[in-house]
Structures are given as structure tokens and as C-alpha cells.
Design a protein around this ligand. Sequence first.
Ligand SMILES: Nc1ncnc2c1ncn2[C@@H]1O[C@H](COP(=O)(O)OP(=O)(O)OP(=O)(O)O)[C@@H](O)[C@H]1O
Ligand SMILES: [Mg+2]
Length: 303
Amino acid sequence: MVIKVENLVKRYKNITAVNNVSFSVEEGEIFGLLGPNGAGKTTTIECIEGLRKPDSGNVEVLGLNPLKDRKRLYNMIGVQLQETSYQDKIKVWEICQLFSTLYSKTLSYELLLKDFGLYEKKDSYISKLSGGQKQAVSIVLALIPDPKIVFLDEITTGLDPQARRNVWEMIKKLKKKGKTVFMTTHYMEEAENLCDRICFIKSGKIRALGTVSELIKASNLQLKVVFKANDLNVDELNKIENVESVKKDGERYIVYGKNEEIVKDVMNYLTGKKIEFREFSIVKPNLEDVYLNIVKEPLEVEK
Ligand SMILES: Nc1ncnc2c1ncn2[C@@H]1O[C@H](COP(=O)(O)OP(=O)(O)OP(=O)(O)O)[C@@H](O)[C@H]1O
Ligand SMILES: [Mg+2]
């Protein structure tokens, strides 16, 4: 275990941004913290990084206390902040060199720039880089101390789909090198693609935690069968075994089921009755469905 968070509470005046959160992160995993705006993700990540002081609870990173052992930990973790603005009139190699002076032991930033496809940009001003290149620079800067854990807070926000995928590849490379990645994102596809485990928070509380398939399973969301046909009897569709409900939208039918059996059952019904249908598809719940389900749930009343 490389990160342990126990009963973390962080308040800002009358807002409880993080409300009794506990979880742990294993070495070498990509751990994603997800949740709506204002859920408490950045506050949590910054308490773990030692940048904010918790009101109560316990945080351990690589066996150290992020506040008391700040100096030692500083050389062991790489941090990319959600809001970073580097000086505009500084060149890529200059900021890399500046960062290199801050740590006791560093990797060659020239090699890192090459690794992340930025070497040709080393003499460019930061202000002249595209959004994706700036994000790549912030990953390089986070990696300069050769950290064991890398923290990435919304690293791909605002990037185009290709640039986002490039960053995904960079993150996968970090995992291959044995690093632990702790990240936040608003892109469900990104989390599904990268994260070994995901923790959903909302209003400062953990709502779900697990692998993508565990989260989907635990959410009890239904499988859907969708097809087009002319004038079907909805009552009959509802009576098919394993069907929970049916929605009709023009010539489109959406059949919700308890399990995967409904695919066969609906198909048997349609073919048995010689009904002509088209565009038949099976839609499995994905992480986005889990997310939307969690976001719409009302929070239980505080006692
Ligand atoms: N420095 C601060 N002072 C006062 N309130 C704050 C401060 N930072 C955050 N908050 C509040 O704490 C709550 C959690 O904010 P936080 O930035 O942790 O959310 P987040 O999950 O990172 O959101 P986003 O997805 O928008 O980045 C919000 O209600 C926010 O307004
Ligand atoms: Mg945030």
C-alpha cells in the first residue's frame, strides 16, 4: 500500500469539502478519483500531497506523513496541479532546469522531453505551446524527481481527442515503469481506459469504489436491447421472460432486462412471431451510466 487515507475531513468555513473519506492505493496501480464539480477531488488530492491541512483524519504516503515529512516526501512524489500557470516568458528547457534544481535526485529532463515528444520544443516559450504540449510539459515536470507516485489532477481537461489519447499513452507508460498514478478526470472513457480502480465521490463522500466491472455490477443497472420495428404490442413485449420494462420511441423499442438472457428471449419472440425488425443492438451499462446514476441519487440526510 502506498497511500492510506483514513477518515479524512477538510472544511472551508461552513463547507465540508471532504467528509470522512477512507481508501487506500496499492503500489503500481492507476487509481482514479471521480465525481462532479465541487465533489472534493482536488481537496482530497491536495491533502494527500501535503498542500492542504486536513481538519481531521489520517493520511500516509509511502509510509510518511505528508505534512510532517513534507521535505522527504517532496522528492518521492510528482505533482501536477489542476490550476497551474507557468510564467509565459520562460522556455521549456528553462522551466525544466529550474524544476531540476528543486530536488535532491533528478532524471535527465532532456530524456524526459524526448520520451514525451517534446524535445523539438525545448527552445519554445511555454506561451507558444498548444494546450496538449503544455499538459505534456506538466507531466515531464512532475516526473523530474523520478517519483514513485504521480498525481494528475484533470490532466486532459480541454484537450482534443487525439491529444487526450497521447496523454493516456504517457500515463500507461508510467504504469509500465512501475509508478503509481493517482488521477482525477471528468472523462468516463478515460477512467474506463486507464484506471485499475475508481473511487466516486460526491459532496465530499465516497459513493462507490472498485474496478470498472465491479462498479457496473454493483450499480444494478439494466442491460438494454434496442431495435426498430413497426407497431409492436408493448404489453406482449413486457410479458417476455426477464424483461423488466419497455419504452417505445416512435418506431424504436427499448427493452430493459434483468440479465443477458433478455437478448435471447427478445430475439426468440421477434423471430417466433415473424416480426420484421432492424438495427437490433445490445447496450450494456458503462461507467458513464454508473456515474449518472450516482450523481442523480439524493444524498441521505445527515444525522
Ligand atoms: N480554497 C478554498 N476555499 C473555500 N472553499 C473551497 C476552497 N477550495 C475548494 N473549496 C470548496 O470545496 C468544495 C470542493 O472543491 P474541490 O476543488 O475539492 O472540488 P473538485 O471535486 O476538485 O471539483 P472540480 O471537478 O470542479 O475540480 C467546493 O464546494 C469548493 O467550492
Ligand atoms: Mg478539482
